[in-house]
Design a protein around this ligand. Structure first.
Ligand code: ZN
Ligand code: ZN
Length: 170
């Protein structure tokens, strides 16, 4: 795996600032999470440790799990339960509780953090929040665009009454 030296330094600095000793595994997991624009599963993280050359894992499942739990404790990531029965993880905004909404696309299966926040005032007086799991479900912009594109093509084909089109999108 190729590492960007500068980025490696940056990841290490951030981890150290959070009181986490920046091992290579931790830095790699941190960078992997940072690159993703959607929430990822432990299995996806695990895949990033499999080297193409020898098919050997450089970090085992337990190490990855412990790292994620440590990141969660330190407020670097938060866990999202999007209803798929597999926990997903995404970067946190630095606060103890992430009161933002999530969006789960039922088409591609990806789950994203949304910038929209839920107000603390949503809670009755003297209640205390320990956990948050806010998930909206539907179809993401990428999947909607893909659908709309296919739909347009099918319509125009229908108008032209051409019969040679079905293999076009393979
Ligand atoms: Zn989608
Ligand atoms: Zn989130």
């Amino acid at each position: 795996m190729l590492f960007d030296y500068l980025k490696m330094k940056e990841a290490e600095k951030i981890l150290a600032a959070k009181g986490i000793r920046p091992t290579e595994t931790r830095s790699t997991i941190y960078k992997h999470l940072k690159r993703k624009f959607y929430a990822i599963t432990l299995r996806e993280i695990e895949k990033s440790f499999i080297k193409k050359s020898d098919n050997n894992k450089t970090a085992d499942r337990t190490t990855i799990y412990r790292t994620i739990k440590l990141f969660q404790e330190k407020g670097i990531v938060h866990q999202i339960d999007d209803g798929t029965a597999i926990a997903k993880y995404a970067f946190s905004d630095g606060k103890n509780l992430d009161l933002h909404l999530h969006f789960h696309c039922t088409h591609c299966g990806n789950t994203f953090c949304l910038p929209n926040k839920v107000s603390q005032d949503s809670l009755p007086v003297k209640y205390e929040i320990n956990d948050v799991n806010l998930v909206l479900k539907g179809v993401c912009i990428k999947c909607r665009k893909a659908k709309a594109y296919k739909h347009r093509i099918v319509e125009s084909n229908h108008k032209n009454k051409k019969e040679d089109t079905p293999n076009k999108f393979k």
